[in-house]
Structures are given as C-alpha cells and as structure tokens.
Design a protein around this ligand. Structure first.
Ligand code: FAS
Ligand code: PHB
Length: 389
C-alpha cells in the first residue's frame, strides 16, 4: 500500500491531522492499534481551546460541537471555604468550549469515514523504517498478516506508549520529565453538574475538580495517592471525599449517583526534543505529556497538528519544505509554554507530600494574588483559553 502521509495512531491527533490533510488534498492512512470502539471508549479531556475549535471548523467537524458544546466564559477557583471566579471574557475576550474528547474523536471518525478515509485497526508490531532517508515505510501486522505502507512522511500520533518516539535514536533524543507524587481519581456520573462552570479546588485534603460533559453528565476528579487503585474507592467514599474538599455551599448542592466510569490517571510533565527526525514527525502525546490540571493535553496535540498540517500542505502545494523544516522548533515553542502553565497550575492547586509550612504560605499567597490581581487573572486566562498558534 502507498500513501503520502502514514499516520500512526487513531486518537484525536492522528484523526485531526488526517482530516485536515484530506481537506488540503493530501492522502493519508491511519494505523491504529486498537478497535475504533475501544478508542471511543476512552474518557479523557473535556475543555477545548479556541485554537482547537478553529481547527475542527476547518476540518468540517464542528457542527455537533457548536450544537452540543458548552461555551464557558470563566472558571471558579476554590480555596477552603472561599471561591473566586477568573473571567476569561472580561480578561481576554475569549471563552473555552466544554465538549468531551470522546465526542471530538467520534466526530473525526465520522468525517474520515464519510470522506472514504483509509484506516487499519488492530495493527500490531509496528516498525518504522527509513525515516532518516527519502523513502520511509511502515511495517505492521493485521490478523497475523505482515503488511507494508510506503509513504513520503510518517506522523507519529501514537501517544506516550507508542513506537514513534522510540524510533528516534537515543543519541538524537533529549527527554525532560517531572513525575508528580499523586494521581487523579476521575469519576463520570449521569448527574447534573454541581455548577455551570468548572470549579478547581485547593483544599487542605487535596485537589478536587468539578467538571462536566453536558447538563446530565458530570465529571469529577480528586487528587489521590499513586498507590491507590479505582477499586479502593467506593462511589460513596468518592462522593464523601469530594464533598469534604469543596466549599460547603457547593458541597451542599452536589447531586451524586452511580459512577459510570472510574479511573486513576498518573500525572507527569514530559517533553521529548526534537519532534522531528528525518521524515518522521511526532505529534501530541507521542512527544509530550502535561498534568491535566490546565486542560492542555488534547489542546497541545491540536497545535502540533496545526503546525504539521500547514507545513505538509505547503510542501505538497508549493514544493516548499520551510514549514516542515520549522515544525519541531515551532511546536516546541508552544509545548513548553503549555508545560509551564500546567506545572504552575498544578503547583498552585495540589497538596504535595513534602510541602513545608512556608511552602503552604507561598501557595496561599499565590492564590490570594490571583484572586486580587486583574493582571494575574489575565495571565491565567490567556494561558487557559489557549495561547496563539
Ligand atoms: P492518544 O493517546 O489519545 O492517542 C494515541 C493513539 O495511538 C491511541 O488510540 C493508541 O491506541 C494508538 N497507538 C498507540 N501505540 C500504537 C502503535 N504502536 N500503533 C498504532 N497505534 C498506536 N487531557 C486533557 O486536556 N484533560 C484531561 O482531563 C485528560 N485526561 C486524561 C486521562 C488519561 C488517562 C490520559 C492517558 C490522558 C488524559 N489527557 C487529558 C490527555 C489526553 O487527552 C491526550 O492529551 C490526548 O489524548 C492526546 O491525543 P493523542 O496525541 O492523539 O494521543
Ligand atoms: C475534564 O472535564 O475532564 C477536565 C476539565 C478540565 C481539566 C481537566 C479535565 O483541567
């Protein structure tokens, strides 16, 4: 089989890239390790930056997003019994849209299928060959049959545990990592959200987040020890702990119900440089990971896709390699700003085992400054709604 761009990974990054390339007249094939249903069964991100909304509009996949997504002009920050609001609209004039990553992925699959997009599901033993030459190829097995995909370029959109990043020789790669000493226990419940906007809470018992997917589907998180597993937490124990981390006025309004999904995600900051090696380009979680506090994971995958899509379109349309040659440097410049914001917001909102009394005073002073300063709120809003591409 032959294509222009071989895309490894059928998550949001791979699908969005494939659809945008299609709209630019560039052919691609998506190779996905799992089944489509498995990919659509993942519960992950919930907040879309303006940049991602724009890309989905350019991909022709934003109709349901605009019909069912919820525009949020701000978010609440709770510290103990106190709460204050960061007003995105007043600070930077831009909202975010709350619309689950699962739905984004569903819309992208629908668009690719409607356009006759080529997929291979349940691929195994993927090997990228010749990425440092002029004629790369991707080799993989499906149902025990070994197959080969010849291409001009390979987009590694296969997430943190994929094969693409490891294809870049170790003496070429530089990796930067910070592992956080806690995880997030997440629950999805068919209950009305406790508030109209998100609530990020810093409580003496640890971080909590109240989010949602729609008026009847809520998403909640609490910081938990890395040694915990979802089975350690009954629904009742989760709701009780969540209540204890929220201002009592909010806790009193919490509508609880059976969890329909319960999982624990570890938190890490991770970046690999460069994001290009020859004709292999890394995109999304394959190249970087952020703690989900700042809702930057999916949204930074989107900005990578923007840079790669525009660069590849320029190559095929104008014969210019300027865009793809600048890809890694452009993508990393924005990735590191997303890493910084996610690290800053995680440091502000979580309780860390090694925190001293002084550290806690610094955290309280930072929260007070964010509460009282319009410029501090503007800086947060600028990052939260999404820095320009
Ligand atoms: P993805 O990991 O989504 O997709 C990669 C795809 O590649 C997967 O479908 C995988 O099956 C496939 N793949 C892997 N290896 C392969 C191989 N060898 N061959 C072929 N295919 C292969 N972000 C937020 O903003 N907010 C959140 O709340 C949030 N929660 C998260 C919770 C969890 C448990 C995880 C793991 C991540 C979370 N994220 C969150 C981050 C997440 O949303 C990612 O940023 C987003 O999925 C990035 O998309 P992709 O880069 O496409 O990677
Ligand atoms: C979510 O709704 O899953 C969500 C929202 C905001 C975050 C992280 C996760 O910062």
């Amino acid at each position: 089989m032959k294509t222009s761009v071989a895309i490894i990974g059928g998550g949001p990054a791979g699908l969005l890239l494939s659809q945008l390339l299609h709209r630019s007249g560039v052919d691609s094939v998506v190779l996905e390790r799992k089944t489509k249903d498995y990919v659509l069964g993942r519960i992950r991100a919930g907040v879309l930056e303006r940049g991602l909304v724009g890309l989905l509009e350019q991909a022709g996949c934003a109709d349901r997003l605009h019909a069912e997504g919820h525009v949020h002009d701000g978010t609440w920050i709770a510290q103990g019994e106190e709460m204050f609001r960061v007003d995105f609209a007043a600070s930077v004039g831009t909202p975010v849209v709350v619309y689950g990553q699962t739905e984004v992925t569903r819309d992208l699959y629908a668009a690719r299928e409607a356009a006759g997009g080529r997929f291979e599901f349940e691929v195994e033993d993927v090997v990228i060959e010749g990425a440092d030459g002029d004629a790369p190829s991707v080799h993989y097995s499906v149902g025990g049959e070994r197959r080969r995909l010849d291409c001009d370029f390979v987009a590694g959109c296969d997430g943190f545990h994929g094969v693409s990043r490891r294809t870049i020789p170790e003496d070429v790669r530089r990796e930067y990592e910070k592992v956080y000493p806690f995880g997030w226990l997440g629950v999805l419940s068919e209950t009305p959200p406790v508030a109209d906007e998100l609530i990020y809470a810093n409580s003496p018992r640890g971080f909590a987040l109240c989010s949602m997917r729609n008026e009847a589907l809520s998403r909640y998180y609490i910081q938990c020890p890395l040694s915990d597993s979802p089975e350690d937490w009954s629904d009742e124990a989760f709701w009780e702990e969540l209540r204890r981390r929220l201002p009592s006025e909010v806790a009193g309004k919490l509508v609880t119900g059976p969890s329909i999904e319960k999982s624990i995600a570890p938190l890490r900051s991770f970046v690999t440089e460069p994001m290009r090696w020859g004709r292999l380009f890394l995109c999304g979680d394959a190249a970087h990971i952020v703690p989900p506090t700042g809702a930057k994971g999916l949204n930074t995958a989107a900005s990578d896709v923007h840079y790669l899509w525009t660069g590849l379109t320029e190559y095929y349309r104008d014969g210019s390699s300027a865009g793809i040659d600048a890809y890694s440097q452009r993508a990393l410049a924005r990735v590191w700003k997303a890493e910084r914001f996610s690290w800053w917001f995680s440091s502000l909102m979580h309780r860390y085992p090694e925190q001293t009394e002084f550290d806690l005073k610094m955290q309280t002073a930072e929260l007070d400054f964010l509460r009282d300063s319009a410029s501090a709120q503007r800086a947060m809003a600028e990052n939260y709604v999404g820095l320009p591409y």
